[in-house]
Design a protein around this ligand. Structure first.
Ligand SMILES: NC(=O)c1ccc[n+]([C@@H]2O[C@H](COP(=O)([O-])OP(=O)(O)OC[C@H]3O[C@@H](n4cnc5c(N)ncnc54)[C@H](O)[C@@H]3O)[C@@H](O)[C@H]2O)c1
Ligand SMILES: [Zn+2]
Length: 346
């Protein structure tokens, strides 16, 4: 059954309640002090868990990850005379955990926060590390804060209702972790497939826990993204641009971004072309796309507006080998040339 481990970031303890049940949130605050933020999809599927709680629902989907949604939640909190002593609990995928974290960090200058990630992607990535944010027009996560929750509760029963396409999204981030930090995990993923993980709860729990530790170790070392945390952006620079221009899901866009980054690594770090091939095979095994026909000019325009741009350079995460990555500055003019070369030849 459940067990707990902790990480400490900036003197704040974050408790990881692993393989626990939802009702454990009551160990943190009485029901009357808890406000649950969730989305309509989770509410429709799991509202039996929410009986007796004050629930604020947002519309599902990335399109609603906006300041407008945050403002609407704040209006509802104020209208219900919710005080600073509220315990906000975000229950949902990455959109909900990002929004709940942001709201908790700004409402009355900061409230208590707990997160219950319900999608695989949120469990292995979005709910971890304290970053939150909203999109501004086409630009992803342009506004937000860094704010740690007191607990992150992993109730793997939520995954029973997760649609298959969302499992694939989660595996994109898991494969990302393997590529940048863990060759053994890459090997293990290569020896299994999606349905192995869906049908074997022990195998899945171990994989999720390994990914939690991998990401948390990076974050603990580097809360403000000066060193290794940058590596978590592997596949995301081009990925975010594709996600926005083509309205593609985060995981699928990142999958294509990782293939591009691997091919770029061949040109810059001497990354082995066979390893690129192994990455493509692994992504395909987890039903993720590896190519797309894009309008290079549109994508390049968005890339130039990326948060990670510094002057005429962009820090790009490249692989040295599977399990080892580094961030390197690339001139935007070179990046444009590489995009034209790599994305044209597929
Ligand atoms: N803050 C971070 O560090 C960080 C890291 C990675 C990703 N993210 C963000 O996470 C988001 C993507 O996460 P996501 O894919 O979880 O998005 P999401 O929250 O949109 O969830 C995807 C869909 O799955 C549904 N869903 C979630 N759990 C479910 C369940 N158990 N059963 C049935 N349906 C379920 C949701 O209602 C939604 O429709 C993006 O906005 C991304 O920017 C943030
Ligand atoms: Zn991601």
């Amino acid at each position: 059954m459940g067990y707990t481990f902790n990480y400490i970031i900036d003197n704040q303890k974050i408790q990881f309640l692993f393989e626990d049940t939802f009702s454990s949130i009551l160990n943190y605050a009485p029901q009357s002090k808890i406000v649950i933020i969730t989305d309509e999809q989770i509410d429709a599927l799991h509202n039996n868990l929410f009986t007796g709680f004050h629930v604020i629902k947002i519309q599902s989907g990335e399109i609603n990850k906006t300041q407008q949604t945050v403002d609407a939640i704040i209006d509802q909190l104020l209208a219900a005379s919710i005080g600073k002593d509220v315990f906000i609990v975000g229950v949902g995928g990455g959109v909900v955990t990002d929004i709940a974290g942001y709201v908790a960090s700004v409402y009355k200058r900061g409230t208590r926060l707990g997160l219950v990630p319900t999608s695989l992607l949120a469990m292995v990535d979005a709910a971890l590390g304290g970053k939150n944010g909203v999109n501004v027009g086409q630009y992803k996560n342009m506004v937000g804060t860094i704010y740690q929750p007191e607990f992150i509760l992993f109730d793997l029963n939520f995954l029973n209702s997760l649609p298959i396409s969302k499992w694939e999204n989660g595996f994109a981030e898991i494969i990302k972790h393997a590529c940048i930090k863990d060759a053994a995990m890459f090997e293990k993923l290569s020896n299994h497939n999606l349905s192995d993980y869906q049908n074997n709860s022990m195998l899945l729990a171990t994989l999720i826990e390994e990914n939690v530790h991998l990401k948390m170790n990076v974050v603990v070392e580097d809360v403000f993204e000066k060193k290794d945390r940058k590596l978590l952006n592997f596949g995301h620079t081009l990925g975010h641009a594709i996600e926005n221009v083509y309205n593609m899901s985060h995981g699928k866009a990142v999958s294509i971004g990782m293939v591009f980054a691997a091919k770029l690594s061949e040109k810059i770090t001497g990354f082995d072309a066979n390893s690129t091939h192994q990455i493509i095979q692994l992504l395909e095994k987890y039903q993720l796309p590896t190519t797309i026909e894009i309008d290079n000019d549109k994508i390049i325009k968005l890339l130039f507006a990326d948060k990670k741009r510094i002057g005429n350079e962009m820090h790009f995460v490249l692989l040295n080998e599977i399990g080892s990555a580094e961030a390197k500055p690339i001139l935007l003019t070179d990046l444009e040339k590489y995009i034209n070369e790599i994305m044209l030849c597929g």
